[in-house]
Design a binder for this molecule. Structure first.
Ligand code: NAD
Ligand code: 2YG
Ligand code: MG
Length: 259
């Protein structure tokens, strides 16, 4: 799995503000309202403890401080534990924290100790980015394109199918394609069909996964994938709305899903 770098997390709240402007312009609602509608929850003064984790590749610079900034952006009190790992976990529970945020190289979780709810970042990221794509106010149909059916992409495809969208998907991994066709009932995207989409949810670790032939002139591309899926020459087109942000949107969805 591609890990975040400290550089990805620089200037995070400005990146969020830009993304939120695009989300509002293309869906009519901001990220807070969308999270409230998807999860049916609101913050209620929960205390959030962020526990740095040294396992595997270790601490990522700016990761814990970014989670603290996100916590505070959504109106909650938060803090980073003095020590990482088990000692930090013990401190958070002893302090009476309501919600824990912590990540190793494989899982990033939010755990609400008071109501028992637990959220995984890959699921929440898939749900919230696919939800944003599906809300495009200029869409002419219920067709949505999903690019990448890994951990994040599959969760988003499942969310869209459950919401009644007509989901097309592409992943070069044939096992993942077959699973999504059999278990979710998605349509296999075939470029030879020359079908174009105005709503695209992209979740791959690769650049330039979107080609001109896949998208309508006016479209919304919602992507947690790093680096950018949209080739630079297409990104210059002012009619393409691009929602792409490295951490906050997915982390916000995690918090709302455990409130
Ligand atoms: P994953 O490895 O589980 O899945 C990625 C999938 O993309 C694979 O199935 C792969 O076959 C597919 N793929 C690769 N190239 C493709 C192409 N050209 N067209 C279609 N599919 C292609 O990864 P993941 O955990 O699902 O994460 C996906 C991306 O999202 C990563 O870049 C990850 O870092 C990022 N991510 C971002 C956030 C965020 O908040 N912004 C949160 C979680 C993950
Ligand atoms: O506590 C720390 O600083 C580290 N143990 C955090 C490790 C996080 C690793 N995960 C990732 O980099 C992401 N792929 C998942 C985070 C989702 C946002 N893109
Ligand atoms: Mg995010």
């Amino acid at each position: 799995m591609a890990l975040l770098t400290p550089e990805d997390l620089e200037d995070l709240l400005n990146k969020l503000r830009q993304s939120n402007e695009t989300i509002k312009a293309s869906t009519g609602k901001g990220i807070t309202e969308i999270c409230e509608e998807v999860y049916g929850t609101r913050p209620a003064s929960q205390k959030v403890a962020i526990v740095p984790i040294t396992a595997g590749n270790g601490i990522i610079g700016n990761f814990s401080s970014s989670l603290l900034a996100i916590t505070e952006y959504f109106g909650l009190e938060g803090y980073i534990t003095d020590h990482p790992d088990i000692t930090g976990y013990h401190q958070a529970v002893s302090d009476g924290a309501d919600i824990l945020l912590m990540a190793d190289d494989h899982m990033f979780i939010a755990h609400n100790l008071k109501n028992g709810k637990i959220a995984a970042n890959h699921i929440c990221t898939g749900v919230i980015y696919s939800e944003i794509a599906s809300r495009f106010i200029h869409a002419g149909s219920k067709d949505v394109m999903v690019i990448g059916l890994g951990r994040v992409g599959y969760a988003g495809a499942e969310h869209l199918v459950k919401k009644g969208f007509n989901v097309y998907a592409y992943d070069p991994n044939t096992e993942f394609m077959e699973k999504a066709i059999e278990e979710l009932g998605v349509n296999a995207y075939d470029s030879a069909d020359h079908k174009k989409f105005s709503m695209v949810f992209e979740a791959t670790p690769n650049a330039n996964t979107i080609s001109e032939g896949m998208i309508t002139d006016r479209c919304l591309i919602s992507t947690p994938g790093i680096p950018c899926a949209l080739p630079a020459e297409l990104a210059e087109n002012g009619d393409i709305d691009l929602v792409m942000e490295p951490l906050v949107i997915g982390a916000a969805a995690m918090l709302y899903s455990v409130f």
